[in-house]
Design a protein around this ligand. Sequence first.
Ligand code: SF4
Length: 374
Amino acid sequence: MDRVNNPYHDEKVFWPYHKDKALTILRGELPSPSLVEVDPTGEACNQACPHCCFGSSPHRKMVLVDVEMLLGFLKEVYECGTYAFELVGGGEPTNHPRIIDIIRGISLMSNGDSERPHIGLVTNGVRLDRVFPVAELLDFVRVSLDAPDATVYNPAHGLDSGSNHFDKVIGNVKSLVEIVGGERVRIGYLVVPPYNHGRETIRDVVRLADNLGVEHIAFRPAFLADTKTDRVVWKEIAEVVCEVKREYRDGFVLGGIGGSWDYAVGEKSHPTGLCRTRPLVLTIKADGTIPHCFLFRERLAERPAIGHISDGFKEIWFSERHRKLALLAERSHCPEFCKLYRADSALGRLENIIKSSQDIPETADSEVDNPHFI
Ligand code: SF4
């Protein structure tokens, strides 16, 4: 697993901020989450990616989060010791007409006595210019650029061949790098066979990311419910990613090994047992619903929601109802991969260290990228 500069690396749970929360879980209590994932918009999107895990598309009616209600709720979470806020999904976050108010509002929650709020944005980048006036308030921006050119990009994003989205995204990334510096800008590359997994495609997009001056490009395998990709194919793709990685500076190309790749190539089998680290991430859908966890946003019939932001954070998060719902988090019914599978393994190691009365190691600051995010 990549460690240096890798925002997703396995040992993050040992960094003090997360470790305190992990220790709370091991005591059988609920911590305030490490991270809040917010969907500023839902259901509608300006793109129609065939693999969208939210099922969003341009043909649906957009749901917009209520900004005042959201900020009131987040302030309560922040005051309970949560310092990471990611604007991520449902639909495309920058489509919210008040996205600037949301970013500014989160940044203003700080009272000066505690850690400042950290804000990340995950975006398709088409309307990224809308957040330029507040870009300095963002700790990172991850742009989903799953292609090196429009020919690959358009079908992978459900666009017709005349779309200008690819050029817009490239222009916006260049401008953002000029405004905030490349170290805060990342490229996310979801590998979705058959659209964008070819050797030359992967080589070309890494070269493009290097030319754009971003901090890194992270490759992730897409686990699709309806189309299964053979492990042999994933192994070949992983080898290409690792091969290209060796040609660039350390930490610039992420993926191909560790994390989700271990599950795609069959290195690791699907975990079973209760997910204990689920409370490290709280998710808010655009309609204000707080689902059981981020991967069950759209599967509320299987795992009921914890509550709604109008109820207030402390009221629902530390409730008896939430404690009972936690018992539904059996991982054999979870998707093929979840980022918290790794956090749960790290939690198990932490538990063993405590049981054997050894000193608990700490992840060095130099190894942790965007340390408050998990
Ligand atoms: S492991 Fe399962 S319960 Fe836990 S966060 Fe992931 S999808 Fe949710």
